[in-house]
Ligand binder design. Structure first.
Ligand code: GLU
Length: 427
């Protein structure tokens, strides 16, 4: 789905609404409304056919008052500076909301790794680090994976940084492969994190998870592990949507009695495209891309990109839907929030809901710094504790002050960041 919404404008609108709610002073508003630092650069890459291709790239640090900048590097053909600006801002609120000592940053490369060889991807990753290594570092700005970037990309980036600096710096980047400084559970963390808090919300609502059903948009890393954990806990995933290779069209794959997530994962590629023919052979209905949104389910889990739930499509959302669990960053446009509220749907807002990834990245850094690695149970137990604690603080504030959950999450996050900015004497 393409829309005219600009994610940075959305992020600023959300911030302005919350700033008004807490009567944030105007100097602080002015400072927190925009990123502190932006790098726009190019990466020339030698392609396998002997030509050189130039890729546009970004690294944007929104705020580092609470700690080093933190956030992924997205690989996407439609990446823009404004998308990265918005994502960097949401990272600031995300880290503050789960109360980890990190700031917000984000990176992006305008590229389509699905069409690039491993060698081309490696040279592009190394080029990214060569261009901006002086602005990165374990105590300055720490990248991680995001849409279409993965642990192998992170390792090439770390290796390039270590080659340039002549020393080992595992804290430079997170989302590294296990055994190479990565943390067990990091791959699952974002998706599992969403479901840890969804489970807690359902408990508060007295809704047994086994009686609920969900429809998911996307089938990349976040969607896969949300789907997996949710179905392991007894929930029924009725449909998932994804884009499809090689025709690049998006579809919704549906099974009324519940999708088998492991099976779907086994017929999807590294970027989350499900093989359409194999899905048909397994008895899945193949519907159009937007069908995920109109399923008669209790829970919608947008786990793909920004601007998917808009006033234009909201009327298609079934009256059965009680919860929108925002696993993606910015999936709902600000002009849709009032409509969602009117219907009484509860939103688990993105920067709370998907904070499991960065929380586990923080654990990865802690383990890398100690050079001592925890087992998976320990990582996941700490992750669940952190997520549920953050969720309960937001939920309780929302109940107490009769706030929409997104606003409650913003209030908590902005107050923490503004406080750090004040204590440092910046504003
Ligand atoms: N890209 C992920 C996010 O949007 C993870 C960021 C990280 O681990 O630093 O939250």
């Amino acid at each position: 789905m393409t829309t005219d919404y600009n994610p940075f404008e959305n992020a600023k609108t959300q911030f302005d609404n919350a700033a008004e709610l807490i009567r944030l002073d105007s100097a602080m508003r002015e400072f927190l409304r925009v990123p502190m630092m932006e790098l726009h650069f190019t990466i020339p890459v030698k392609m396998d056919d002997g030509t050189t291709k130039t890729f546009q790239a970004f690294r944007i640090r929104h705020n580092d008052a609470r700690g080093p900048g933190k956030g992924g590097i997205r690989f996407h053909p439609h990446e823009t500076a404004d998308t990265v600006r918005a994502l960097s801002m949401w990272m600031t609120w995300k880290c503050a909301c789960v109360d980890i000592p990190l700031g917000g940053a984000k990176g992006g490369i305008v590229c389509d790794p699905r069409t690039m060889s491993q060698g081309e991807q490696e040279r592009m990753c190394r080029g990214y680090i060569r261009a901006i290594h002086k602005q990165l570092g374990p105590n300055e700005d720490v990248p991680a994976p995001d849409v279409m970037s993965n642990s192998q990309h992170m390792l090439w980036m770390m290796d390039e940084y270590e080659t340039i600096t002549g020393a080992k710096h595992p804290g430079l980047i997170t989302g590294k492969p296990v055994g190479m400084g990565g943390s067990l559970g990091r791959t699952e963390a974002t998706g599992y994190g969403c479901v840890y808090i969804l489970k807690d919300l359902l408990k508060q609502m007295n809704l047994p998870i086994e009686t609920t059903s969900a429809s998911i948009q996307g089938f990349g890393n976040v969607a896969q592990y949300s789907a997996k954990m949710y179905s392991e806990l007894g929930g029924k995933v009725v449909s998932v949507s994804c884009w499809n290779q090689p025709d690049n069209t998006a579809y919704t794959f549906k099974k009324k009695d519940g999708c088998d997530i492991d099976k779907l994962m086994s017929i999807s590629d590294a970027f989350g495209s499900i093989d359409k023919q194999k899905a048909l052979d397994l008895g899945y209905e193949v519907l159009d891309a937007d069908a995920w949104l109109s399923q008669e389910v209790d829970i919608l889990i947008p786990a793909a990109l920004e601007n998917q739930i808009t006033p234009a499509v909201f009327p298609n959302v079934s009256s059965k839907v009680k919860i929108i669990c925002e696993a993606a960053n910015g999936p709902t446009t600000p002009d849709c929030d009032a409509l969602i509220q009117q219907r009484g749907i509860i939103v688990l807002p993105d920067f709370l809901c998907n904070a499991g990834g960065v929380t586990c990245s923080y654990f990865e850094q802690v383990q890398s710094n100690m050079n001592y690695f925890w087992d998976k149970e320990e990582v996941l137990a700490k992750l669940e504790y952190a997520m549920v604690k953050a969720f309960r603080a937001v939920y309780e504030l929302a109940e107490q002050k009769k706030l929409y959950m997104r606003d409650a999450a913003y209030v908590i996050a902005i107050e923490r960041v503004a406080n750090a900015v004040k204590l440092r004497g910046w504003v």
